[in-house]
Design a protein around this ligand. Structure first.
Ligand SMILES: NC(=O)c1ccc[n+]([C@@H]2O[C@H](COP(=O)([O-])OP(=O)(O)OC[C@H]3O[C@@H](n4cnc5c(N)ncnc54)[C@H](O)[C@@H]3O)[C@@H](O)[C@H]2O)c1
Length: 405
């Protein structure tokens, strides 16, 4: 017998089974997702419809991909959150139950001014318009990198991490996401309720940033294990993150402990051996070998000190020539440090638990990349630039922001 709920056609077998078999709380009838054509946003739009939303408006500067779900309950609206008028039009839609503010200039590869404009000013526009049109719930997608100082994060809770604002941020992305998050938490009251939810290292089918960039470097023989290779980190399946974002809306009620707070959600205790982390380079190597590329472990590891020295030269070259290189100081630090969290606050306050376990999620992601990503690749002769799909999205986002006054 067919299941009564609609299921996104481009979701993976595991995503379908999880959507069909789970029993999830109801979602607002009318939902807005900014950044709805991105990796996370696209899945969030789909999951909101799968969980019963009658109207989900995706608002993104990048048009929906070819395989986007053309379901009558989804409106794929192309627009820019830095354009106040467009945001006003968006949020004047009647009966919006919640805005999932997910749009951002993501990753380390954008021009600097774009981060401020999108991640900070864009967030201010969302807050202003939401207030103006009487919307009373915003769930903000934040990032743990807002709290990174370059020191190991080895199993900390949100409260044990540095509080915002930091004196120094490791990158403009982190700084501007922190600025956006602080605006979001500052305006939170019992009448205008907000919460910030952050994943760590999102993976899954249709990822266009994290895995494709590392796999492309591995394919071109340009990747080696950084340092000893035993740094511990945590991952978040895209469905687990979207689940966390969706149920965070349920935690927005007057006097809720979640009001104005910041939570991290990950694959939690489904990480290997019941811990909340994995060994980054070993797990990445599984994906590399899964593509049929040679294992990184068999090759010489690159000493961290040497990498930092070369990366500092790359930083200077980037500044002088305005080029984008994968090897930079930030990347060396994050790829060698411990980065994992204890997510008990999200478990307690949001009632979060992963809906897809790490092992099955990672195995399926590897299969997905082998079937969908690998056949489209050709060995590049470039000098460490970024993956083509990543670059084409960055170009659209940058172009749009130049048009908005
Ligand atoms: N992927 C991760 O590992 C990760 C980790 C921590 C936090 N996050 C957060 O999750 C959210 C989603 O990230 P993602 O991985 O899906 O990245 P993504 O780049 O795929 O999605 C972001 C989307 O925002 C859109 N966008 C950018 N500028 C815009 C603008 N001016 N107006 C409207 N839309 C705009 C982009 O076009 C893109 O589709 C972001 O807020 C990000 O900070 C992601």
């Amino acid at each position: 017998m067919d299941h009564p709920i609609p299921i996104a056609p481009s979701s993976s077998p595991l995503q379908r089974t999880t959507s069909k078999s789970g029993s999830y709380p109801p979602v607002p009838s009318v939902c807005v997702v900014t950044g709805g054509t991105g990796f996370v946003g696209c899945r969030l739009v789909e999951m909101l419809v799968e969980r019963g939303a009658s109207k989900v408006i995706s608002f993104d500067v990048v048009p929906p991909p070819k395989d986007a779900w053309h379901h009558p309950n989804i409106e794929w609206r192309v627009g820019d959150i830095t354009d106040k008028q467009a945001v006003d039009e968006l949020l004047s839609t009647p009966n919006i139950g919640c805005v999932w503010h997910n749009a951002a200039a993501v990753g380390p590869f954008h021009p600097k001014p774009l981060y401020y404009k999108v991640n900070y000013e864009g967030t201010q526009n969302i807050i202003e318009s939401a207030k103006k049109y009487g919307i009373n719930k915003i769930v903000f997608s934040s990032s743990p990198s807002t709290r990174f100082t370059g020191v190991d994060v080895d199993g900390l809770t949100e409260e044990e991490m540095p509080s915002l604002p930091l004196d120094n941020y490791m990158q403009t992305y982190a700084e501007t996401k922190a600025m956006g998050e602080m605006e979001i938490s500052k305006v939170c009251t019992n009448e205008f309720m907000t919460v910030a939810v952050a994943p760590h290292q999102v993976y899954g089918p249709r990822d266009n940033l994290f895995l494709p960039n590392l796999l492309e470097a591995a394919m071109n023989g340009k990747l080696r294990v950084f340092g000893k290779g035993y740094n511990r980190i945590c991952f978040t399946h895209v469905d687990n993150y979207c689940h966390g974002l969706i149920i965070a809306e349920k935690a927005l009620y007057p006097d809720s402990p979640a009001l104005g707070k910041f939570y991290i959600v990950t694959d939690g205790k489904t990480h290997p051996e019941g811990e909340q982390y994995l060994i980054f380079w070993k797990i990445l190597d599984e994906a590399i070998v899964g593509m049929g590329f040679p294992s990184l472990w068999g090759k010489a590891h690159l000493p961290k000190g040497l990498l930092l020295f070369i990366a500092s030269i790359c930083d200077v070259l980037q500044k002088i020539f305005g080029i984008i290189l994968k090897l930079n100081t930030f990347n060396v630090i994050v790829l060698t440090m411990h980065r994992w969290f204890d997510i008990k606050a999200a478990e307690t306050d949001l009632k979060f638990e992963p809906i897809i376990g790490f092992r099955e999620g990672w195995d399926e992601t590897i299969v997905w990349f082998r079937e969908n990503w690998l056949p489209k690749q050709s060995k590049s002769k470039g000098l460490g630039g970024i993956a083509k799909t990543t670059q084409s999205k960055i170009d659209i986002q940058d172009e749009s922001s130049k048009k908005v006054r």
